[in-house]
Design a protein around this ligand. Sequence first.
Ligand code: CO
Length: 497
Amino acid sequence: MQNIPTQESFSAPTTPPYNQQDWQKGYESQPHEYDYWIDNIEGEIPPGLHGTFFRNGPGLLDINGMPIHHPFDGDGMVCAISFKDGKAHFRNRFVRTEGFIKEQEAGTILYRGVFGTQKPGGWLNNAFDLQPKNIANTNIIYWGGRLMALWEAAEPHRLDPYTLDTMGIDYLDGILESGDSFAAHPWVDPSSKLDGGSPCLVNFALKPGISTTLVIYELDPAGKLLRRHAHSIPGFAFIHDFAITPNYCIFFQNTVSFNPIPFVLGFRGAAECVKFQPDKPTRIVVIPRNPESGESVQFFETPSGFVFHHANAFEQGDEICIDSVCYEYFPEVEPDSDFRQVDFDALAPGQLWRFTLNLPHKTVQRQLLEPRCCEFPFAHPDQAGRPYRYLFLGAAHQHRGNAPLQAILKLDLETGKRQDWSAAPRGYVSEPIFVPKPDASAEDECWVLTMVYDAAHHRSDIVILDGQDLSEPLARLHLKHHIPYGLHGSWSDECFV
Ligand code: CO
């Protein structure tokens, strides 16, 4: 955000609680696929923990030894950790996308990646090849009896929830057509007021162009289409995530521009042509969920910044509050850079902000909720789109500056109290998954699951924390191998083993 004091708050302590070589090892490819009961466990798996933790992320950071340019270009690899009777089973499989199969057969890079991976042979071999590879690497959800690996620029892939075998591209029984996209950040509205209080899945698709089309999809628990409506908004948009309330979908149109020419001519990946525009405001787009409400789309403006992820949103009288992890600027992807050499100290940290929109007055107020470097927010699924009290995030170990995520941070938004558990100096956390305990009465009566890369043993752990007391993990499940840093995951109460 423009008005965050920069230099001072970004200066890191002299001895960082991490080691860059350690951190880099978490980005080694994992080409193997495993299937075993986890037997190396510290602590005890809670007997009541029953279900499956699915998570997705880039499994390959190279194709046959040829490095890809950015982790976001890596082929999706899904992990499923199934919990039953105090035991846990691990399985991982690559999503057999068309591109994955062809490249593994050819043993070489055959596709350009959105984040700068180029085919061998220089720009001449890349020019005018605008066909992206659907890498299915960003999220994995189970909805309507379907397990779906999601990547925001293309269709979902359906997997068998027991074996993680790829069943193919899923058009959702004709809701999608070939070439349609389906974003990687759906929300489940736990009690949709438009549907008599039944849950529904709300997602969007973004069709880029000189103006941008946002398509909203709402699906019932069987996966049937409830509502679909499209809206055109002016200008280019780079939108990864959105937020919902009972009545609205909320999008942040980040302040970036796009010059496609170096991409088309084969010099740069598409995302390398995105330029941050600090002098322009972020536009907040509020779309009514009920297309028959007669309400029009509303636009708001707030100073520049860049948002990947929203934690939650809720309505409060005439206001909508949106809590989001916001960066002072977009971390631009450079063609000649190596992501492993990133200088954390030189980048702005993600910080949690609350944006309060006043609908009748068309104003936006901002409040910094958490200055500590954080990402991957996760709140109670039953509070999605509603007032909520507790939020879990991945966070840096130290309270100031920018650094890799090594801690799980719990925020009490009512009292301001914070609690954390840190895996520093040699552990690196990923997204915390919120699993409500059976028969819970308090909002934070939950288990928090996260995958931690342990550089000391070059392996990954599944860590189970008690949501009401983060001080010591209830259990650390040591995998036999490492899993590269991932993106997003979800919990299903069904145990698929
Ligand atoms: Co995301």
